[in-house]
Design a protein around this ligand. Structure first.
Ligand code: ZN
Length: 422
């Protein structure tokens, strides 16, 4: 494709954290051409002299370069949510959505749009009538996402594949862990969920399963799930961890939603204590005011009244994250965070660091491993030949992983996406 921009973009002098897990490289020279990384090495005078004459050279000394962030679990209530994600440095997302055809169209458009991340849909969201995500959420316009028989389940998965889906999402949860004493939601008959996951795998598709309870998570893994969409509430046994490592089954912790539901008031206040979010250039003032109101947190207490149970499980959720990392299970960062689209990734990264993961491991979960969970080999690290999805940061992300929100610039496929400076 022809472009009117300078053919070669060069970033000189930053500290490069390339996402491979290697230590940071100071005074780097990053060369980008046609949306891809040509090289990422040392900014020696010989390397600078070898650059093409028409290269656009940006001096970014004193700054940091990291791969674009990848969120392996999002829902977008609007196009504005997606725009907010890219603004906070999220360059690719796994989007869970109800309607397979429209998600496919969005995914196609997202490849060339400069204002949203590239979208990889997990569609549709399969659930049982009366189950979680069958509580007023829309149907799929072209297939039955509420199948009640094995045959209907298999047919729906085949239809999803025909509509372009590469991954389905399946709900295995009655939500009692966060909603009791409100009535529990209906659960999939085991044969139907097994048919959904089995048919997807037979068709070469991925199947990500929402299963916060350990028994459901184990069942999902037995049925062939390729990823768990949420952290698991009870301690994961070594046998399950070994199975997850060997297949592999990706673990998407979504720690932020557990912290949010355990104590919404405390969580929101902690997030908003960072002036990068609550001050100028952060979230809209009206949003900050709404989140700080008692009505906001009280509403969650009413809708999710089992918050004390969620709080009791936080230590096990943190321990599971450490267990997964130590056992070699791929941990792919995912947020599921409706309240803080985009910046939820840095909130989630902070929770992984607080649980005991090293900053390099946290960054790897948010880049390299999240990419792998989507089957993407072309991004997630900043190595020659990879897509030039990267962030320029004002502050060191290895000193404090929350510094990925100190964004100087976001590049998607080598193009500056959002000219925001904070
Ligand atoms: Zn979800």
């Amino acid at each position: 494709m022809k472009t009117l921009l300078a053919a070669t973009l060069v970033l000189r002098g930053a500290t490069l954290v390339d996402g491979t897990g290697s230590p940071p490289r100071q005074n780097a020279l990053v060369v980008v051409r046609d949306g891809r990384l040509v090289s990422a090495g040392a900014a020696t005078s010989a390397a600078a002299a070898a650059l093409p004459a028409d290269a656009e050279v940006l001096d970014v000394s004193g700054k940091w370069i990291v791969p674009g962030l990848i969120d392996a679990h999002v829902h977008a209530e609007s196009d504005a949510d997606l725009q907010e994600m890219l603004r906070w440095g999220v360059t690719s997302v796994r989007l869970m959505a109800e309607d397979t055809a429209s998600a496919g169209e969005l995914a196609k458009a997202s490849k060339t749009r400069r204002d949203v991340p590239e979208v990889f849909p997990a569609v549709p969201i399969f659930t049982t009538p009366g189950g979680w995500w069958s509580q007023g959420q829309p149907p799929d316009s072209r297939l039955d996402r509420f199948p009640t028989t094995v045959d209907a389940a298999r047919a729906a998965v085949r239809q999803a594949k025909a509509l372009g889906s590469a991954e389905i999402k399946v709900m295995l949860d009655d939500m009692a862990w966060c909603r009791a004493p409100l009535p529990a939601f209906s659960r999939f008959p085991e044969a139907v969920s097994a048919a959904l996951v089995g048919e997807a795998r037979a068709a070469g598709m991925r199947a990500i399963v929402h299963a916060p309870n350990l028994a459901d998570a184990r069942r999902a893994i037995e049925q062939g799930a390729t990823a768990l969409a949420h952290g698991v509430l009870d301690p994961i046994d070594p046998e399950t961890a070994a199975t997850m490592k060997s297949r592999p089954v990706f673990y998407v912790p979504t720690m932020d939603i557990y912290e949010f539901l355990a104590d919404t008031r405390r969580f929101v206040d902690a997030v908003l204590s960072d002036p990068r979010l609550s001050g100028p250039g952060g979230l809209p003032a009206a949003t900050v005011a709404r989140y700080r109101s008692a009505e906001y947190s009280d509403g969650y207490r009413r809708r999710y009244p089992n918050f004390e149970n969620v709080a009791r499980h936080l230590p096990a959720l943190r321990a599971n994250l450490r267990t997964m990392q130590r056992a070699g299970v791929p941990v792919a960062l995912g947020t599921d965070m409706w309240a803080f689209p985009g910046v939820g990734v840095s909130i989630e990264m902070d929770l992984y660091a607080a649980a005991g993961l090293s900053p390099l491991d946290v960054l790897g979960a948010a880049t390299r491993t999240a990419a792998k969970s989507l089957g993407l080999e072309d991004r997630g690290t900043l190595e020659p030949g990879r897509r030039a999805d990267f962030l320029i940061l004002h502050a060191d992300p290895l000193l404090d992983v929350k510094n990925v929100r100190s964004i100087a610039a976001v590049y998607k496929a080598g193009t500056r996406a959002v000219p925001v400076s904070r």
